[in-house]
Design a protein around this ligand. Structure first.
Ligand SMILES: NC(=O)c1ccc[n+]([C@@H]2O[C@H](COP(=O)([O-])OP(=O)(O)OC[C@H]3O[C@@H](n4cnc5c(N)ncnc54)[C@H](OP(=O)(O)O)[C@@H]3O)[C@@H](O)[C@H]2O)c1
Length: 326
């Protein structure tokens, strides 16, 4: 960082244009969402990660039907092929970019290929994600839980953005949408690895939004509640809980694309946020009661705190016993 202090006159006119745009597009999204989506994405190139399943799969179809060229990214080539073929049969434009985003070189390769073949990417949707549900105490021997979530949910998203932002900046136009979760506001137990990675992603999003506010590049974050997709299928208790439908989740995403609003957050998320600021210890107790009430099977190699305490006591006593023997 340079120590030299130099001032420049900031550009403030873009704020007024933005304000006008904000209300114009929010009204359009409210009154005529279909037409607004077409106006926003027709002819645009959209790179969508996590396009082979769940929310991403359905968003891909809706964007292509609205006239966008969609570049579909995920690991499963066959699934991407099936989705792209269905889009093309309806007259849409879809191209597949299979790859494992946990590998940063593959992120670079996908972006290079996309830019070479399409000239630009107008909208980047970082939707691929992995969730891990496990208590911190069961993670002592599983540091890789933190590495895996950070690698995909945070580092891969940022790597794609680093490849595509320069073009957006040069064109003074672009939109990066980072998919997050309401867990960032509610901090539910057992999601430390997943939520830490989404917090990181949101932190980056807010700083980027502040830095680019005077330009035509926008950043948004979507804080989904639980959505009925393959991601939550392994957790049996979610079968009995009221969760968001994939159709509503898709409409949330399309609304963010149209309005370019900074955050999409439901009533529950806003309530949780207010509770944490106004009554932090009460919020903690509420989450803790629900944490304690649900049994979680420990992993095979887990050593309980009682056993650990016993071992520690034995090793502390050992020298005394040895002295006694002598
Ligand atoms: N479902 C929920 O309750 C919920 C709640 C809050 C937030 N979200 C967020 O919403 C987003 C979409 O989730 P979803 O519910 O639609 O989940 P999903 O059905 O499990 O889809 C996840 C997508 O990510 C892709 N993916 C996973 N690992 C990848 C990797 N290493 N490289 C490339 N692609 C990878 C998967 O494709 P491949 O397996 O083919 O690679 C798949 O297309 C995620 O960011 C998630 O965190 C979901």
């Amino acid at each position: 960082m340079s120590n030299e202090v130099k001032f420049r006159a900031p550009k403030v006119r873009p704020y007024f244009d933005r304000l006008k745009d904000h209300w114009r597009w929010n009204m359009k999204s409210l009154l005529r969402p279909g037409g607004a989506l077409h106006q926003r994405v027709n002819g645009k190139v959209i790179l969508l990660t996590g396009a082979s399943s769940g929310i991403g799969e359905q968003v891909a179809g809706r964007l292509a039907d609205a006239g966008a060229t969609v570049l579909l990214v995920a690991r499963n080539r066959d699934k991407l092929d099936t989705i792209a073929t269905a889009i093309r049969q309806r007259g849409g434009r879809a191209f597949i970019y299979p790859g494992d985003l946990s590998d940063l070189e593959q992120c670079d390769r996908i972006c290079e290929q996309a830019l070479e073949e399409h000239g630009r990417v107008d909208i980047l949707i970082n939707n691929a994600g992995r969730s891990i549900r496990r208590s911190i105490k069961f993670t002592y021997q599983r540091f890789h839980d933190y590495e895996r979530t950070l690698q995909l949910n945070y580092l891969a998203s940022i790597r794609l953005a680093m490849n595509l932002l320069p073009g957006m900046e040069a064109r003074n136009e672009g939109h990066i949408i980072n998919v997050s979760t309401v867990g960032v506001q509610a901090n539910p137990a057992r999601f430390s690895a997943y939520l830490a990675s989404k917090w990181a992603l949101e932190g980056w999003t807010w700083v980027a939004a502040n830095e680019f506010a005077h330009t035509g590049v926008r950043f948004s974050s979507l804080n989904y509640p639980l959505v009925r997709t393959p991601m939550i299928a392994p957790t049996k208790i979610y079968k009995y809980m009221p969760v968001m439908s994939p159709e509503t989740a898709v409409n949330w995403m399309l609304d963010v694309i149209i309005t370019q609003n900074k955050r999409k957050l439901g009533v529950f998320g806003k309530g949780a946020l207010a509770m944490y600021y106004l009554l932090p210890k009460t919020s903690e107790s509420i989450v803790n009661v629900s944490y304690q009430s649900l049994y979680e099977a420990p992993p095979a190699n887990y050593v309980s705190s009682k056993v650990r305490a016993g071992r520690a006591a034995n090793s502390a006593e050992a020298p005394a016993r040895q002295r006694h023997k002598r």
